[in-house]
Design a protein around this ligand. Structure first.
Ligand code: CP3
Length: 351
């Protein structure tokens, strides 16, 4: 047989190809992280968070930790969505207890200083991590690469970090007032180019699937959602189709609610990540268009016990009849007891 037979044998790839399974593949967003003692150990040895992201040996090790501990069906590259602005020349730091801190980009001059061209060159340690992980994974486990979607990455770049109201980034976007040469439009164009290059380089290094995280897709009105979430994702997906045909793309337009169906139809993604608030009946309907992934509340994974098990079984019975990947509705929280994750995997696998 040819070399796609090995790929097709991976449960995650099969689900992304539209195949239903009684026992769906499972992985968890932020499956590598502070809830694992073995992560905290490597993290403490590494220096800063970005030092860890740019250390291929250590980053590969933390990527593999949850796969080993729980026999996940996929590994997701250990990195961060903010390595892209870092590689474009913006100052990015992660402060303990504070999260990301960036020197904000708020006008045309700031946008003009960003360089998307050298991104794949500056991020070679990330692709070295992908290569190491690809070489170490068992035959049945898929390797997922990822990037932040342009809108979500732009929120951090313009706000200078996390935000509650998105006042600055929305202001910059609204001031473009439909012009294609406005500062925000140029920023998004640069991010489309940088993100495409970054994803293609991960694929080249061995990523078999990619996920686009649009964590803040849910804060925009309809027209801006179309312009700043759908259009950039569509452009990225079409470049990936042209240069890496056959590599499935998972979109995660978190909070997109009533805009989700349109996002799927217009971007052409292979699977959509459902956040915690998406009703399972809606998820089931979406399976007519693409595979779905989700959507257990991460807080239930912190709680564990019967509430977690009941909710997981409800999700399984609603979505296992179609193409489905079990996941959370958002990332694993640092307070999560590791044994709850082990129990969740048993429930999913009927053990
Ligand atoms: O899923 C995985 O296991 C792969 C690794 C991964 C990380 N970040 C590691 C990380 C992935 C896929 C991300 C994506 C990411 N990063 C997103 C999109 C997904 C989401 O969660 O909404 C966003 C918005 C970011 C930006 C970011 N990175 C923030 C806001 C923070 C601070 C908050 C926090 O959780 O600490 C980070 C830091 C970060 N990224 C950590 C990890 C493991 C914690 C840093 C540490 O270990 O000290």
């Amino acid at each position: 047989m040819n070399d796609t037979s090995g790929r097709a044998a991976k449960p995650l790839i099969r689900a992304l190809g539209g195949v239903a399974s009684e026992t769906p593949p499972v992985w968890l967003m932020r499956q590598a992280g502070r809830y694992l003692p073995e992560y905290r150990k490597i993290r403490a040895e590494a220096g800063t968070f970005l030092d860890l992201c740019y250390d291929p040996e250590k980053a590969a090790e933390v990527t593999l930790q949850p796969v080993r501990r729980y026999a996940m069906d996929a590994a997701i590259l250990f990195s961060d969505i903010l390595v892209v602005p870092d590689a474009m020349g913006q100052n990015v730091a992660f402060r303990e207890g504070e999260g990301p801190v960036l020197e904000p980009v708020r006008d045309a001059a700031g946008v003009g200083r960003l360089n998307p061209d050298g991104v794949a060159e500056r991020l070679t340690p990330v692709y070295a991590t992908v290569e190491r992980v690809a070489a170490a994974l068992p035959d049945t486990v898929a390797l997922i690469g990822f990037a932040g979607a342009p809108w979500t990455v732009a929120t951090y770049m313009v706000e200078g970090g996390s935000s509650k109201d998105f006042r600055e980034v929305k202001g910059l976007a609204y001031r473009d007032d439909g012009r294609d040469d406005g500062a925000f439009a140029v920023l998004i164009d640069k991010l489309v180019a940088a993100t495409t290059a970054h994803l293609l380089a991960q694929i080249e290094a061995g990523a078999e699937v990619v996920q686009l995280f649009d964590t803040w897709a849910g804060v925009l009105p309809e027209a801006e959602f179309e312009r700043w979430c759908i259009a950039p994702a569509k452009a990225i997906v079409s470049e990936l189709r042209a240069h890496a045909p056959g590599v499935p793309v998972i979109g995660f337009p978190r909070g997109a609610a009533f805009n989700t169906e349109r996002y799927i139809a217009e971007t052409g993604i292979d699977a959509v990540g459902l956040d915690t608030a998406v009703p399972l009946e809606v998820g089931r309907r979406l399976q007519a268009h693409c595979a779905v992934q989700g959507n257990l509340d991460p807080i239930l994974l912190v709680e564990g016990g019967k509430p977690m098990e009941t909710a997981a079984r409800t999700i399984l019975s609603a979505l296992s009849g179609g193409p489905f990947i079990f996941n959370l509705g958002h990332g694993v929280l640092p307070q999560t007891p590791p044994e709850h994750v082990a129990r969740l995997l048993q429930v999913i696998r009927g053990e």
